[in-house]
Design a protein. Structure first.
Length: 125
């Protein structure tokens, strides 16, 4: 799974940079300030969680068998969380599409990923 998390982290990082470019070049300067803040937040969260996925890839093989399962669950939670949370915010700001409950579920998955990653460190050995 190490390569999977590093690959997904790289894709998420690429996507964060791409969305930052979209925000800088395609979103009008006179856009709604609240919408621009939501977009910045989504880009930032995607970038941070791209790094978290890379950490999962680097940690998965070193954590030990029991902890590695938690690392893999953390990676899955980060991946789903980024797709749901950031995707919901991008859809809202860039397409005007509001999809109820996607962002809160995605945010919960992101928090779960951090908890699982932390627990994996405590169980490693």
């Amino acid at each position: 799974m190490r390569r999977t998390w590093i690959g997904l982290g790289s894709l998420a990082g690429f996507g964060a940079v791409m969305m930052a470019a979209v925000a800088a070049h395609l979103v009008p300067e006179d856009a709604n300030p609240h919408a621009a803040e939501i977009l910045r937040s989504a880009i930032q969260m995607q970038g941070w969680h791209a790094l978290a996925l890379l950490a999962c890839g680097l940690w998965a093989d070193r954590a030990g068998r029991r902890a590695a399962r938690l690392v893999n669950c953390a990676g899955a939670a980060f991946t789903a969380g980024v797709l749901l949370f950031c995707g919901a915010l991008y859809a809202l700001v860039l397409a005007g599409v509001h999809i109820p409950m996607l962002a809160p579920v995605g945010g919960t998955l992101l928090m779960l990923g951090w908890a699982l990653l932390g627990i994996s460190a405590l169980l490693a050995g």
